[in-house]
Design a protein around this ligand. Structure first.
Ligand SMILES: [Zn+2]
Ligand SMILES: [Zn+2]
Length: 156
């Protein structure tokens, strides 16, 4: 993996605090396993896959399997603590719960965040807000990222 942009510690502390309070609210134990798996996603801006998370936590969690990581990520998503992005078979996870969309490169699979400025909100989004508070947006733009298209244009 390329250099991993790290979420600022203050933001990460907030995400972990929210995770712990949500577990408690639902009567779930904050196990080391659950916490480490959540943290691996919450600390990253790169929308890691289950495999990426597994690679990251396997040293700390001796008996963890990829299957366990996947199931834990799925349950964290069901608890609305993480978002699932990408396409089936190439799923990635996102710890940033602010409403935003994604640009997904069809070639390298890189996932880029797309944030909205409420001031310049697209009309459909404004209409969505008229029905209530928008907590999640699952809008995916698919295309070829600049890195891939410039690699393609590069002369031989
Ligand atoms: Zn790309
Ligand atoms: Zn995102």
């Amino acid at each position: 993996m390329p250099t991993i942009p790290i979420v600022e510690s203050e933001e990460l502390t907030q995400r972990l605090a929210f995770f712990e309070s949500e577990c408690r609210r639902r009567g779930l134990r904050v196990t080391e396993q659950r916490r480490e798996i959540f943290k691996a996603v919450a600390a990253s801006h790169t929308h890691p896959s289950a495999e990426d998370v597994f690679e990251q936590v396997r040293e700390k969690l001796a008996n963890v399997s990829l299957d366990t990581v996947y199931r834990t990520l799925t349950s964290l998503e069901e608890m609305e603590l993480l978002l699932r992005v990408g396409t089936t078979g190439k799923e990635r996870f996102d710890g940033d719960l602010r409403p935003h969309a994604h640009f997904i490169c069809a070639k390298c699979g890189e996932v880029y965040d797309v944030f909205y400025d409420k001031k310049y909100m697209m009309l459909p989004l404004r209409e969505a807000f008229s029905h209530g508070e928008v907590r999640q947006i699952s809008l995916q733009y698919k295309g070829i990222c600049h890195q891939c298209s410039s690699a393609h244009e590069g002369k031989s």
